[in-house]
Each structure stands twice: as structure tokens, then as C-alpha cells.
Design a protein around this ligand. Structure first.
Ligand code: NIG
Ligand code: FE
Length: 410
């Protein structure tokens, strides 16, 4: 039986060109998918005839569900001690070099059973929904061995199978060199290429293959090997590029035809050009810049001027960005990257869908696309970034089912 959401004060529907269709006094008719969406005077009579259940948006704003296209939720423990160290003057890189950082998350993840990991992740998935996020890309990358990377990917699959949130899995075995291969990095790369990528692909546990291309982590040459191997196994490339230093990761993203390149705080002008030409999405993560106490933001204005497609994501992880609040990231993108409110909202919805190559079924509200949408606590979208750090989500529908009511999980 379809449902009709009536009395929508303002419906903002992202369009492929980066703008929005805006409808006042709107209604949406839906089951698992959108059936029709438009002005209430057209939709409501149609709904009444078919005996549809009618629910009231009380004049509020409705947008598509937010799409968080870059997260690392499969971790064991938060790393608050590192926040304290940075607060006293250490840098993210120094902490990593002394054995902390990603490698500390690897040690705690390895000590946790798959069942326990599932139990720790499920409440995090509820939190994403409470922030209006209906699709999440989720990376491995804290296992760094065949068994441990597969354990994370299996745990992600089990979570996705029992939770309404949709999880899109990414293999990030090339996130760091684990402790046992520090003296022989070449050998770890062989494990990634010859064992982990084939096993993840053959077991259908990942759709994307990612790499942390950064000075002191994986070079451009090594990253190319990882991403090309992933492609041979049917995994779409994604890349952490030009985050802390310029490496040329953006140029590599264009060369291998990545779906998106992410962070990009140090991207070059040529990197921007090549990514635009190759149609690679620019996934910006200003939360990681703020949280690490850094000052260089990705050049969002230049990227948009040159015609780039931008996605905004939380980068939720225990090191550089322990937040699941994508609306807060919209605020940061407005304040520090000088994106307009509408550009930022577009980037957190349809932009994220493009970054995951899922724009045919999520990211905007059209017949045959998924009925994933948010009813906000007000009718003015400017209040999304304005009420920064607050959660102003009222209701969330995922595949047509009400999953959040009055901000709480139902
Ligand atoms: O996107 N840069 C690499 N990976 C993550 C951080 C992971 C961590 O510190 O645990 C990021 O910032
Ligand atoms: Fe990341």
C-alpha cells in the first residue's frame, strides 16, 4: 500500500546540473520507491483515489536522505588519547610515526571478534540514520591482513543485512603498512595484490578498492598497482589523495578512472583539470581538517569554477574525524570552503550518490528512485548549516519505511 507525505512546506530536489528543483506546498507519493513527487494539489487527489495512507509533514522542509560517501565505521575503539596528544602539540603524522594512528586501530580491531565488531557497529548505524543519512560508504582498513580485512568486510555485510541503512563496502587494505611488514613494505603490497584484493572480490565483499596515497604511506606508483589490480577484479577505484601533502594522487585518480578522489586539501591545478576531464568526483572532508587542527582546506571554489562535481562526507573514523554529523560538515564546507548552502546540500545528497555511482537510484527524489528522504525540523534549508553541530532531523524514511520519528529510531 503506498503512502502520501502531504503538507511539505518546501521540497528541495537536487538536479544533475548542481541546482535544485524547489517546490512549495509539495507532496510525495511512495512505496519502497518514489511513485510521484510534486505540488500537493496534483499529488493529493491521486493519493485519495487510491486509498493511500496519508501522513503530514506539517509544513516542514523535505530533502533526499543524505549520502555519506566516505566513512571508516568498522573500528574497535575511539582514540581520544591522540586528540589529547594533538591538543598538547603533537601532529597526526608524528603520532602515526610513533606507532599510534591507524596502526593503533589495527591492534584493537585484531583483538576483537567479528561478532563483537558487529555489536559495536550497529549503534553507529542508528546514529547515521538519526543524522538523516540513509546511505553510507564503509571502508575496511583496520585489519591489514587477509583474515582481518575479510573479517571487517563480513562484519559490514552482516550489519547491512540486519539494518535499514544501506552500506556500500570498500576494501581499504592499502590503508597503512602493518607493524609486521614495516621492514618489508614490498611484501605487504604483494599480500594486498595477490591475496586480499582477489579474496574480497571473489567473495563479493567489496564494490570499491581504495588506497591511502600519501607521503610515508603508499606512493603514487604503489597506489597505481593497488587500484589497477582492484580494477582487474571488478572493484571500482577510489583514492585518499593529496590529504596532508601534495603527491599527485588526484592525477592518478583521473588516470585510473576512479569514481572519486577524496580529501584533496593539497590538490594541484593540473589535478583538478584532469579529474574534471575524467569525470572523477571530488569528495571533500573538511571535518578531518578541523579535527586535526590543520588550516589548509580543499579549494572547493576553484573546483566548482572548473566544473568539478563535489561530494561532502564525514570521513567518520576514530583518528581524523570522529563525527557522524553530515549537517555539521555542510556547515564547515560553507564556512571554510566558501561553498554556498545549496552547493553544500547538493554535495551531501546527489553529489554523494555520484561519488558512489548510485545516482540512478539515490540522491534525489524521482519516480523509480528509492524513497529515501528526510523531514527536517524547519522549512528553511539555511538552518541546516546555521544550527551547527545540532541535529535538526525530525523524520527519516528509508526505502519508504519510517525509521526515525521525532529524531528517535523507530
Ligand atoms: O581519511 N587518511 C587516512 N585515513 C583516514 C584516517 C584514519 C585514521 O586515522 O584512523 C582519513 O583521514
Ligand atoms: Fe578516510
Amino acid at each position: 500500500m503506498p503512502t502520501c507525505l502531504k503538507n511539505i512546506g518546501k521540497l528541495l530536489n537536487p538536479k544533475p546540473d548542481g541546482s535544485f528543483e524547489e517546490i512549495s506546498d509539495a507532496a510525495i507519493l511512495f512505496d519502497r520507491e518514489i511513485i510521484a513527487c510534486g505540488s500537493e494539489s496534483e499529488i493529493l487527489p491521486e493519493a485519495r483515489v487510491s486509498g493511500t495512507e496519508i501522513v503530514d509533514a506539517e509544513g516542514m522542509l523535505v530533502t533526499p536522505g543524505l549520502v555519506d560517501s566516505h566513512t571508516h565505521p568498522a573500528f574497535a575503539e575511539f582514540r581520544a588519547g591522540e586528540f589529547e596528544l594533538r591538543n598538547r602539540g603533537s601532529s597526526y603524522k608524528e603520532i602515526a610515526a610513533s606507532g599510534g594512528g591507524i596502526r593503533s586501530s589495527v591492534r584493537s580491531l585484531r583483538a576483537l571478534s567479528e561478532d563483537e565488531l558487529v555489536l559495536r557497529m550497529l549503534p553507529r548505524l542508528d546514529t547515521f540514520l538519526r543524522y538523516g543519512i540513509t546511505t553510507v560508504e564503509a571502508k575496511s582498513g583496520y585489519g591489514l591482513s587477509l583474515d582481518q580485512e575479510l573479517k571487517q568486510l563480513r562484519a559490514l555485510k552482516r550489519c547491512g543485512d540486519q539494518h535499514p541503512l544501506e552500506l556500500i563496502p570498500t576494501l581499504l587494505a592499502a590503508h597503512e603498512i602493518p607493524d609486521e611488514y614495516r621492514e618489508n613494505r614490498r611484501k605487504y603490497l604483494d599480500v594486498v595484490v595477490n591475496e586480499i584484493i582477489p579474496a574480497a572480490a571473489e567473495n563479493k565483499l567489496a564494490q570499491f578498492c581504495d588506497v591511502f596515497c600519501e607521503r610515508g604511506v603508499f606512493s603514487v606508483e604503489e597506489s597505481r598497482v593497488v587500484l589497477e589490480t582492484g580494477k582487474r577484479y571488478g572493484l571500482i577505484p577510489k583514492i585518499h589523495a593529496d590529504q596532508l601533502t601534495y603527491t599527485g594522487g588526484a592525477e592518478l585518480a583521473a588516470e585510473v578512472g576512479a569514481a572519486s578522489a577524496e580529501h584533496l586539501d593539497f590538490i594541484s591545478e593540473i589535478g583538478i583539470e584532469r579529474m574534471v576531464e575524467a569525470g572523477v568526483v571530488f569528495t571533500l572532508l573538511p571535518g578531518a581538517v578541523v579535527f586535526l587542527g590543520l588550516t589548509r582546506y580543499p579549494p572547493a571554489r576553484r573546483i566548482l569554477e572548473m566544473g568539478g562535481k563535489v561530494a561532502l562526507a564525514t570521513d567518520f573514523n576514530p583518528g581524523s574525524s570522529p563525527t557522524q554529523n553530515l549537517a555539521l560538515i555542510i556547515t564547515l564546507a560553507c564556512v571554510f570552503c566558501k561553498m554556498t548552502i545549496r552547493e553544500a546540500l547538493w554535495s551531501a545528497t546527489l553529489g554523494g550518490a555520484y561519488a558512489l555511482r548510485l545516482n540512478h537510484r539515490i540522491g534525489s527524489l524521482h519516480p523509480q528512485k528509492q524513497a529515501d528522504f528526510v523531514v527536517w525540523d524547519y522549512s528553511d534549508e539555511r538552518l541546516i548549516p546555521y544550527n551547527y553541530g545540532m541535529n535538526m532531523v525530525r523524520e527519516v524514511y528509508k526505502n519508504g519505511s519510517l525509521v526515525i520519528r521525532k529524531g528517535m529510531r523507530v
